[in-house]
Each structure stands twice: as C-alpha cells, then as structure tokens.
Design a protein around this ligand. Structure first.
Ligand code: ZN
Length: 460
C-alpha cells in the first residue's frame, strides 16, 4: 500500500534538509520518496493521503535513554540527589517488580512516548530478577504490543545482592531470547552502573560482551560523587577504569557523561562511545550540565533521552528536546549554544547514530524504514509556523502529535495509540503502582512525598 504523508514543512534530518509543501511517500514498511506534494500527488493518485498540508512532518524521534523499570513510581522524591534517590526509591522498588509490572509499565510510558513522537526507545530496565521468573521480557511484550522499536537491556548490578553471576546472567539470557523472537526489539547488555557491579560481575560482563559482540548500555559520570568513588576504588575515573578493563572494545551507549576531564573525552572519542544526554533528569536531580558541545567537537554522537519516569518525571520527548536546547543556552549564557535545527538533529539522526541504527531510522530518506511523525497544523501551537525548526523545538507540545508510523505501520492516529486499549492500561497501571509502592515500603515515605500529601487524612 502507498501512503503520502503531507506537510506544509517536511524536516528530513537528512541530506534533503527542510522541504516546503512536500510529502513523504511510504511503500509498505519503507520510505520510497520525499519530494514536492504536487509532483507526488499527480504521480500517485491511488495513494492514501494523510495530512492536509498545514502540519509538519518529521522523522520518528529517538529516545536515547530511559528506564521502564521506573514506570510506576513517577512524581516522587524531587528533593533528592542521585545517590539518595537510588537509595530511597529505585533500590527498594527493584526486588518487587514483576514481569506483569514490566509489561504494563512499558505500555503506559511507551504510550506516553509514542504520543510525543517517539518511534525508537533505548531502555535499561533496572530490577532484581524475580525468584520465580525473569522480569525483563515484559518490556519486549509491552513494546511489541505498542509497535515501538526498542533497544532493550537489563541493568545488572550485584552490590548488596547475594545472587551469583550465573543467576544474574539468566535475566540477560531471558531478555535476549525475548528480543530475538520479536519484530522490532534488539538486545543490549546492560550494566546499571560500573560501580554498582562487583569486580566478578563486571569482569564477567566485559567477557560476555567481547564473546557475543553485543552492544552495551550503561550510565557514566552522572554526578561528581561517582567519579570520586571510582578514583578512590580504582585510582581512575569510571571511564578510565572501564577503558582499562576493555568494556569499550564493544559498542557502548553511555548515558549522561556530565563530569568529564579532557582525558575522559579523549577516551570516549577514541573508543567510539556514544552518549545519551538527559537534560530534564539532570535538572531534577541537580546533577549538572552535560558538555554537549565538547562531546560533539570530539566527534562523539550525542542523542537525547527522557531518562526514566522516576527522575524526569514525564516521558514527553518533545519536552526533553526543548529543555535540551534551553539548558545549554542558560548554562553558557549564550543563545547560540544550541539551536533548534541542532537539537532536532540530536533527537533524530544523531540519536539513531548513537544507537547504531542510522541506516534504519532517524531521517526521512528513501530506503530507510518508514518511522514518521505528523504534527497537526490545526493546533494553536503550530497555527503560525514562520520557521518550522523553531516551531517544532519551542512551540510544539505532544498535543500537536497527530499520527505516527513505525516501519510503515500507523501506530498512533489522532493522538491515540491504535494497537492497545489505553484506558485499560491506565486502570491496571494504577492498581499495580499502588501494589508496588506498598510492597516496597514507600507509602508516605517522608523523603519521597510532599509533607502536605502525607498529612492528608486517609481516603482524601
Ligand atoms: Zn538513566
């Protein structure tokens, strides 16, 4: 089937740049052509047409870093820094996550991402494997039901965990098998952080990555405390230590990379490590500002991530795009520190490059898979579009996201996911979230809740 997705502007993130009064021709699952609307319409009168020519067409956005494991614990703990937030929120929740929670949480937050134009997600699910069954295949179940393209990883860690390396690796195995049997998911080996792994687990993780050649997803240098702790432990920054131990001999996606020496940047560039920048989580946890320009100047691809629902706390990718630009501007006191075309490139083709998916997605180019977003021009946000790049980066919210295609499949229509019953997902997520918070002992936790909420009488 042929579809023409029509816009007043088509921003390709590819060599064609920005086109006016244009369309994307989708044949089956791939992009056949991008060109002037008049020509494509007369050449393909049989085609289904979506878009009235007032909106903006974009490549699907690439969410370069997140955690569906936090899907049910949003909006808590705003006054904690990273290590406190891990101690009081993430660590207590991890042992109580089930495969069902993983699936429903992925459906809930995946739907939120999809409605903000995301077509590819890169997830690091941090949990303690459940004694009875693997948990993380629930992420693949959720992504498959939504139709999202996903890089999936289990964020392995074993500090304060009595389980053996074999038991922990069984979770990687289960996730890898689930991804192999899926339509649009690909396995990565995850490390929660290098410091959260024992020497034995880290050595085994590096060995497994080398033997299988699989890609790796982890965090680096999110806060200064991590760098100091690593230097105390190993005499090297975490990046220096990981390089010495051979982790960077495979393809690594590193979230954050905020606190970097010049030597750290050289190591990342020399080993072709890619970075996911997460401006909103970095602001909520007061972690710092990623030196995006320094990384890009060293040739390192930098994508944008929402980060997890527990530290963002929304999963709106368009919001992350806007904040990524604003944070660089205010940090450098320079309005040219990051521009709209640059930030949109980071959220599309640079994100795809960071994940090694740039031959598949990230731009509107013939031959690539048809991951396409249509923004509705008949919304207040886009009614006036003088400069389409600035209109998308600064004026648009997810309310303007009308339709989304992944691999040519229309998975969002008029802002609603087509493949799931969102109301049913919301009802179940609410129940599971209450169960999880109760089991994890977080109910009315004084550091996670606003005092006025805790003082509220029962049932209010
Ligand atoms: Zn993260």
């Amino acid at each position: 089937m042929t579809t023409l997705i029509r816009g007043r502007s088509v921003l390709t993130s590819g060599p064609a740049g920005a086109l006016r009064d244009a369309a994307v021709r989708v044949d089956g699952g791939t992009i056949a052509e991008v060109g002037p609307w008049e020509r494509l319409m007369s050449a393909h009168p049989e085609a289904e047409v979506v878009g009235d020519g007032t909106g903006v067409v974009l490549p699907g956005l690439v969410n370069a870093h997140g955690h569906f494991s936090e899907a049910l614990v949003t909006g808590m703990g705003e006054s904690l820094t990273l290590f406190e937030w891990i101690q009081h929120l993430v660590a207590p929740v991890g042992p109580h996550l089930t495969r069902r929670m993983a699936e429903v949480g992925t459906l809930l937050r995946g739907a939120e991402m999809l409605a903000s134009g995301v077509t590819t997600v890169n997830d690091l699910f941090v949990c303690s494997p459940h004694p009875e069954a693997p948990v993380t295949p629930g992420v693949v179940d959720g992504l498959e039901r939504l139709g999202l393209r996903g890089e999936v990883a289990f964020g392995a860690q074993d500090r304060n965990d009595p389980r053996s390396v074999e038991e922990i690796f069984a979770e990687h195995d289960a996730l890898e098998a689930a991804a192999a049997g899926s339509r649009r998911c690909r396995f990565r080996m995850g490390l929660a952080t290098v410091l959260a792994q024992s020497d034995a687990l880290f050595a085994a993780s590096v060995r497994r990555a080398h033997e299988s050649g699989c890609r790796v997803h982890t965090h680096f240098h999110e806060v200064r405390e991590e760098v100091v702790a690593s230097r105390q432990l190993h005499g090297l920054t975490t990046i220096g230590y990981a390089a010495r131990e051979g982790l960077f001999d495979v393809e690594v996606l590193a979230a954050h990379c905020i606190w970097l020496s010049d030597a750290d940047v050289e190591i990342l560039a020399a080993h072709d490590v890619r970075v996911a920048h997460n401006p909103i989580a970095n602001m909520i946890l007061a972690s710092g500002v990623c030196p995006v320009r320094r990384l890009q100047a060293a040739g390192i691809p930098v994508g944008i991530g929402t980060d997890g629902p527990g530290s963002n706390d929304g999963q709106d990718m368009l919001e992350a795009v806007k904040v990524a630009a604003l944070l660089q501007k205010v940090d450098r006191l320079d309005p040219t520190a990051m521009t709209a075309p640059e930030v949109l490139r980071m959220a599309t083709i640079d994100g795809a490059r960071a994940l090694g998916l740039h031959d598949v997605t990230g731009s509107l180019e013939p031959g690539k898979e048809a991951d396409v977003v249509l923004l509705d021009g008949r919304t207040p946000a886009l009614a006036v579009t003088h400069d389409p790049y600035q209109a998308v980066a600064y004026c648009t919210t997810s309310r303007a996201v009308s339709d989304v295609w992944i691999q040519g499949e229309r998975v969002l229509v008029a802002g609603r996911p087509t493949r799931i019953d969102l109301d049913a997902v919301i009802d179940e997520a609410r129940e599971l979230a209450a169960e999880l918070v109760s089991e994890a002992g977080l109910r009315n936790h004084p550091l996670l809740f606003t005092p006025e909420t805790v003082a509220r009488p029962a049932g209010a």
